[in-house]
Design a protein around this ligand. Structure first.
Ligand SMILES: Cc1cc2nc3c(=O)[nH]c(=O)nc-3n(C[C@H](O)[C@H](O)[C@H](O)COP(=O)(O)OP(=O)(O)OC[C@H]3O[C@@H](n4cnc5c(N)ncnc54)[C@H](O)[C@@H]3O)c2cc1C
Length: 389
């Protein structure tokens, strides 16, 4: 099969499906190639926190648009995302609390339009008596944030993309980018489940393939510094009916309610386990990790003390050197666009980045300002601005 398309999206996780639905709705002839089943790899293992507390303005603005899209998901995309607005608290480290960076961040977030308040321990207790921040004495609260369901979200986006006319091809692998003999990327070589190889000619290609984006970019001699990294999370039996979604910086965890009776607890650290390749098997979640996760949870939600662990999973992140994604056109390869390197925070922004990227590819807007700050050519930011999950 040879196709002539406006846009080929590589990857059928939340970012690729979101680009596809928005591009098709703008009238772009769009084909999405997904090597496995639709729904993604990282996406299906995501903690799926939806919050707007970020340290950089660009990410905060994108997360805020993401939150708006999750709040109106059914109207916009025609189906559920499982979004639950639990409310969210960011518990800072003592250093952030004392050096002025937390207060400055909250002021920046307010300027961006995020609804957020700095509370003392009693103020947060009045909102959620089960979360104890008396050790730090302050927390940042967001009333609208919460979490969503990755499987429901991607199923709805896939249906919406197909309804809008996008051609979704699960179990079709992109093997290489095709150039015009010069710098322009003008197509994709792909293989079908029966092994058949074919080429799709197109005006633009966007790589939404997580860490695998690096090997595809390499076929057009573009180096993407993406590092596949394993992370783990645990499910601990919940003894309160519900609680806030929390990023707990002093304890290095993030947590949220899961289903009827559990709390999901993830580790938040920059020294997670690097993998040799994105195809390497994920590590087992061992007893030491589970005991540690449960103990850290109990320090923040005391009712969890001694609660049994009900399950666990590992997942993979596509880490960049500065923890910010690569989004936008590649100047050295006209026709090639990136949407990868989400570094553990790409679920909440998935719908918003698809919307913005599709508009940019369709030429509806000039480069939105944020595309520059997520460009491949940027100077890497310092560690201080990174915001996991
Ligand atoms: C444990 C864990 C917890 C997380 N928690 C949060 C959180 O709380 N909040 C948050 O916002 N984010 C979170 N994240 C991060 C978030 O889930 C990811 O950033 C996001 O899902 C990335 O989506 P994606 O579509 O870019 O990638 P993926 O879902 O990985 O999709 C990429 C797709 O590309 C396909 N692909 C690869 N190579 C090819 C090829 N050659 N041809 C065709 N297809 C190909 C893959 O099969 C895959 O389906 C978490 C991630 C993990 C693992």
């Amino acid at each position: 099969m040879d196709l002539d398309q406006d846009l080929v999206v590589v990857g059928g996780g939340i970012t690729g499906l979101s680009v596809a639905v928005h591009a098709a709705r703008l009238g772009l002839r769009t084909t999405l190639l997904e090597a496995g089943p639709l729904g993604g790899v990282s996406t299906q293992r995501s903690g799926a926190l939806v919050r707007t507390h970020y340290a950089d303005r660009t990410s905060a603005a994108l997360a805020l648009r993401g939150l708006e899209l999750f709040e109106g998901f059914a109207e916009r995309y025609g189906g559920p995302s499982g979004f639950v607005a639990t409310g969210f608290a960011y518990v800072p480290t003592p250093q952030e609390r004392d050096d002025g960076s937390l207060a400055a961040r909250v002021a920046m977030l307010a300027e961006v339009g995020v609804e957020t308040t700095l509370l003392d321990a009693d103020g947060l207790r009045r909102i959620d008596p089960s979360v104890d921040v008396s050790d730090v004495g302050v927390a940042v609260h967001e009333p609208r944030s919460g979490y969503a369901d990755p499987a429901l979200t991607t199923a709805t986006l896939a249906r919406a993309a197909a309804d809008a006319g996008a051609r979704l091809l699960p179990r079709h692998r992109a093997d290489a980018l095709v150039r015009d003999g010069g710098d322009h990327v003008v197509g994709v070589r792909a293989s079908a489940p029966d092994g058949g190889a074919w080429t799709i000619a197109c005006g633009a290609v966007v790589l939404c393939a997580g860490t695998w984006s690096a090997s595809l970019a390499a076929t057009a001699e573009i180096a993407l510094p993406l590092r596949p990294t394993a992370v783990k999370l645990a499910f601990v039996e919940r003894r309160v009916p519900h609680h806030l979604t929390v990023i707990d910086a002093p304890n290095g965890t993030y947590l949220r309610p899961e289903g009827a009776g559990a709390t999901l607890v993830g580790r938040r650290t920059w020294t997670d386990e690097p993998l040799e390749s994105p195809d390497a098997p994920l590590p087992q979640v061992d007893g030491a990790f589970l005991a540690d996760a449960a103990a850290r949870l109990a320090r923040r939600i005391p009712s969890a003390t001694g609660a049994p662990v009900a399950g666990a999973r590992a997942g993979m992140l596509d880490m960049t050197p500065d923890g910010l994604p690569y989004v936008g056109p590649v100047a050295a390869r006209p026709g090639l666009w990136l949407c990868c390197g989400w570094s553990g925070t790409g679920f909440k922004t998935g719908p918003a980045v698809g919307e913005a990227l599709a508009e940019a590819i369709a030429g509806r807007v000039g480069d939105p300002a944020w595309l520059g700050s997520f460009g491949l050519e940027r100077a890497p930011l310092t560690a201080g601005v990174r915001s996991p999950h």
